[in-house]
Design a protein around this ligand. Structure first.
Ligand SMILES: Cc1cc2nc3c(=O)[nH]c(=O)nc-3n(C[C@H](O)[C@H](O)[C@H](O)COP(=O)(O)OP(=O)(O)OC[C@H]3O[C@@H](n4cnc5c(N)ncnc54)[C@H](O)[C@@H]3O)c2cc1C
Ligand code: FES
Length: 265
């Protein structure tokens, strides 16, 4: 884990509400696993006291042995508003890589990836890492859903990766007009995958987990909770696990969990 004042190399506005920030980082981020996250804190006036968690969207090796990480974020409150106002060359406190990431499928595997809304943030890294491990892109089925066209992120990156992509929107402004879980469930029943990965709103994750249970397919999900420290010290990120009265700390034991470990009925 590194604690650093990371220089902002770029902070691109992708839509009125979404940005992609590229931060110079310690070269050891090369070992980061998709699903791991960083805690970011922009100091100054109007800044919240506590850092905020963001999935690692991508690791970039730069010329001269330099390295960078990208985070993809939606502006929802004071922390992300402050991030959106951050300019190139400014510094942001970054702690990471943190948490446990996805267990990567490789050559010969046939996974399904389900991403809802901002849940796509760690999934591009996941898909690219699996392709690097030798997975055939045609064997990787990705279901990308969002509320509407404006919220559909990373479609071009996934098309470039060559995976089998299905797009949905809740309002029908792009792709199929339905929740992302519909084409996922239909495809999973017709041709069950070997494993399932998902990130997105909890209702979507619960639905994916239920389908995985019926199909008896291993399933990993990345879940979000409010986080104060990100390193297992405040115990503020606990969620119910199995058995019933146990708790899991999302920052240190997750954010990626096998769904069988979660206390979801
Ligand atoms: C492991 C992890 C990875 C994340 N990755 C990303 C990412 O890649 N991109 C991204 O945009 N966001 C991500 N998030 C969510 C992100 O941390 C929050 O959106 C951010 O903290 C909001 O900060 P804020 O100060 O702008 O807004 P706040 O004022 O903190 O929050 C605004 C509103 O959003 C709610 N909220 C904040 N965080 C969460 C949460 N985690 N779950 C549910 N509701 C929440 C608050 O209750 C409030 O209603 C991640 C969260 C976790 C735990
Ligand atoms: S956020 Fe502090 S223990 Fe998890």
């Amino acid at each position: 884990m590194n604690v650093e004042q990371a220089t902002v190399l770029k902070n691109e506005r992708l839509t009125p509400a979404h940005y992609r920030m590229t931060l110079a980082c310690h070269p050891s981020y090369q070992e980061a696993v998709p699903g791991q996250f960083v805690m970011l804190h922009v100091s100054g006036r109007d800044a919240p006291l506590l850092p905020r968690p963001f999935s690692i969207h991508r690791f970039l090796g730069l010329p001269g042995g330099e390295a960078a990480v990208q985070v993809l974020y939606r502006v929802v409150g004071p922390g992300t508003r402050k991030m959106a106002r951050t300019r190139e060359g400014e510094r942001v406190q970054m702690v990471g890589p943190l948490g446990r990431g996805f267990m990567l499928a490789g050559a010969g595997s046939r996974p399904m990836v389900v991403a809802g809304g901002m849940g796509v943030a760690p999934m591009v890294f996941l898909v690219e890492a699996m392709l690097e491990k030798g997975m055939d892109p045609k064997d990787c089925r990705v279901f990308l859903g969002a509320r509407g066209r404006e919220e559909l992120l990373c479609r071009d990156e996934l098309i470039d990766a060559g995976v089998m992509l299905q797009v949905t929107t809740d309002d029908g402004s792009d792709g199929e007009h339905c929740p992302v879980t519909h084409p996922f469930q239909t495809a999973a029943r017709a041709d069950p995958p070997e494993r399932i990965y998902a990130c997105g709103p909890e209702a979507m994750l619960r639905c994916v987990a239920q389908a995985a249970r019926v199909l008896k397919t291993p399933c990993q999900v990345s879940i979000e909770t409010l986080m104060a420290c990100g390193i297992g010290a405040c115990l503020g990120c606990a969620v119910k696990g199995k058995p019933q009265d146990s708790y899991l700390h999302v920052c240190s034991e997750g954010p990626v969990f096998d769904t069988e470990l979660l206390g979801w009925s």
